[in-house]
Write a protein that binds this ligand. Structure first.
Ligand code: SF4
Ligand code: SF4
Length: 135
């Protein structure tokens, strides 16, 4: 098992510094990989990142919800140009630096979304994407 970062991640970066095995990295290029990622081969499932994430974006891989019921106001990200993701998010990371994300959408209260595509997306990042190239 490993922990997984889902599309509720807004790149604010609090999780990476608390990981004891340094296996959390931001996806690059940002438009193609708008969230952070966890290297499942290195993650020791300590749970520190999950507790740290202000947006509730991190789950155990077998607990990623297929039917996540939104509280309302959560922002989902997607690769640039994804259909239905027409909003732009401007926020700050945990150091106060600006975060600008194209291709987002804000969830309505009670809306149900599938967050499980993040499991494959995370695996792909380290098997064929820039996470693999960085190893
Ligand atoms: S669960 Fe622990 S080891 Fe795994 S990514 Fe999070 S902080 Fe790192
Ligand atoms: S703490 Fe949460 S929002 Fe911040 S980078 Fe990590 S997963 Fe993304």
């Amino acid at each position: 098992m490993a922990h997984v970062i889902t599309s509720l991640c807004l790149r604010e970066g609090s999780c990476a510094p608390v990981c004891p095995v340094e296996c959390i990295v931001p996806g690059k290029p940002e438009g193609e990989w708008p969230s952070y990622f966890i290297d499942a081969d290195t993650c020791i499932d300590c749970g520190a990142c999950e507790a740290e994430c202000p947006f509730g974006a991190i789950f155990l891989d077998d607990e990623v919800p297929a039917a996540y019921k939104a509280k309302g106001g959560e922002v989902m990200t997607a690769p640039a140009g994804t259909s239905g993701f027409t909003e732009v998010y401007d926020g700050q990371d945990h150091d106060g630096n600006p975060v600008h994300l194209e291709s987002t959408r804000t969830l309505k209260a009670g809306e149900v979304v599938d967050l499980t595509p993040a499991v494959k997306k995370n695996a792909d990042f380290f098997s064929t994407g820039p996470g693999y190239n960085a190893k």
